[in-house]
Design a protein around this ligand. Structure first.
Ligand SMILES: Cc1cc2nc3c(=O)[nH]c(=O)nc-3n(C[C@H](O)[C@H](O)[C@H](O)COP(=O)(O)O)c2cc1C
Length: 192
């Protein structure tokens, strides 16, 4: 049911739980709302003439499995050296972290020091077919060529064409929600 003139559907929420345009705390409530969207965690890495760099991201999203090649996107802050390096190298790797790789997430989120070059020293890497850094033990790895990128306000929306996919024997991905690392649990119910 739409509230006439309102920009948001009302459903049966208490009106005090709705914040809209022009209210001071819209940003804070946006962040709180998004923190409730538990996501997987990946490290986007790149190497080449533009330098080696990596950053922890949760904005990795599948775009299409059915184009010329599968494609995905990631949103990376414009001040992250990883964004600049990906744009120059025109290739990157999305390393989907396994549930035992919280340390790698913290490292590439700058939570273990600000030395960018040293981030790669504390995990095991090999070069993928496009020369991009592939993380040992990652639950899935998508090596991509840069297809296109768009700077939207603070973030580059980076679209990659997937060149290859590696799958580990450990499919359980690390999750992040409500500002903490989490793991998925199976909810008993009807099997589909
Ligand atoms: C779980 C998690 C998810 C994140 N997702 C993103 C993301 O999608 N895009 C982004 O730009 N930063 C994201 N960040 C923040 C960056 O990892 C962090 O700000 C970054 O390491 C600092 O940027 P730097 O590369 O300039 O050091 C995330 C951090 C964490 C812990």
């Amino acid at each position: 049911m739409m509230n006439s003139g309102a920009r948001f559907p009302m459903w049966n929420w208490n009106a005090s739980s709705i914040w809209g345009d022009g209210m001071d705390d819209l940003r804070a409530h946006f962040l709180e709302g998004m923190s409730r969207a538990a996501t997987f965690v990946a490290v986007a890495t790149t190497d080449g003439d533009g330098g080696r760099a990596g950053v922890t991201i949760s904005s990795l999203t599948s775009v299409s499995a059915d184009g010329d090649q599968p494609s995905l996107l990631a949103c990376i802050h414009h001040q992250s050296p990883a964004a600049a390096a990906i744009l120059r190298n025109r290739a990157f790797c999305a390393n989907l972290l396994a549930e035992d790789q919280q340390g790698v997430s913290d490292l590439f989120a700058g939570r273990a020091g600000s030395d960018h070059a040293a981030r790669f020293d504390r995990a095991e890497w090999e070069a993928g077919a496009l020369g991009q850094p592939v993380l040992a033990g990652a639950t899935a790895v998508f090596e991509c060529r840069l297809a296109t990128a768009l700077l939207w306000e603070t973030h580059h929306i980076i679209v990659g064409r997937v060149h290859s996919v590696r799958l580990s024997d450990h499919p359980a991905a690390l999750l992040y929600g409500q500002r903490a690392y989490r793991r998925a649990v199976h909810l008993p119910g009807r099997e589909v």
